[in-house]
Design a protein around this ligand. Sequence first.
Ligand SMILES: [Zn+2]
Length: 287
Amino acid sequence: MKGFSSSLSASVMAILAGVMTCLPVSAQPPGWNDPFPAHKVMDNLYYVGTAQLGSFLITTPEGHILVTSNYETSVPVIQDSVESLGFDFSDIKILISGHAHPDHIEGDALVKQMTGAEVVVGRLELPYVQAFETPGGKEQPVDRIIDAGDTVSLGGTTLTAHVQAGHTNGCLAWSMDLEENGRTYYGFIECSLNGQFLRYVDNAEYPEIASDIQQTYRNAKEIPAEVWVSSHGVFYGLDEKYETLVNSTPGDPNPFYDPEGYKTHVEEFEQIFLNTLVRQVTEANDQ
Ligand SMILES: [Zn+2]
């Protein structure tokens, strides 16, 4: 079989096996919340996530935007990362909620409690977010509801929402301008293109999942992502790109500038989905 599994190392595939499903809190995998060095991606976009769970800080003169809280137990790790960069966690004014799986939204209530940030949630994610049971029964916060094309602005930075439906019903991605050395780049915070281990045949909860995710791959091929990140570091080669970053010298290219890598990534994940779909349809027909 050509495609994804042939082009990634065994260790990456092992991580992906857990990542693919976005595991519930009870199955929180060991090591996912291990600290990862916080670093600048480009301009005012910083990585503040854990070893396996992406979280991003966008700094502005009027306070900061945090994209994705992850597990509740991830929040202190994220806070340490923000402070290691010299920023104040309490200056977070807006929390953009991650896609509606426990490993990306469980910490929203705690971040809200700690910062008072306005919590932004995608409209299509709302039923799942509202039904979500937080640790300790905290109320899952929702302050602003977002549709595709809506923008979130703070202190001169504007993010535009994109819906990448499939992995969840309303998986939200965000684009923003990033500047470096006098050039403006198309920055993209991907949601998730993970189509493995989702159910495509007779999915009563999400009947249009297969057509949604196929549309998402089509749309993703049109996104001119130049500097891109995602909800799990492994999706965008965080370990390798960070290694390149720390070994770089002034004047070297920014390793997070990777437009060709985005195209390859979309094609690889589409191929995983297609393989999964074919297998599920074949199994259904055999019954
Ligand atoms: Zn997920």
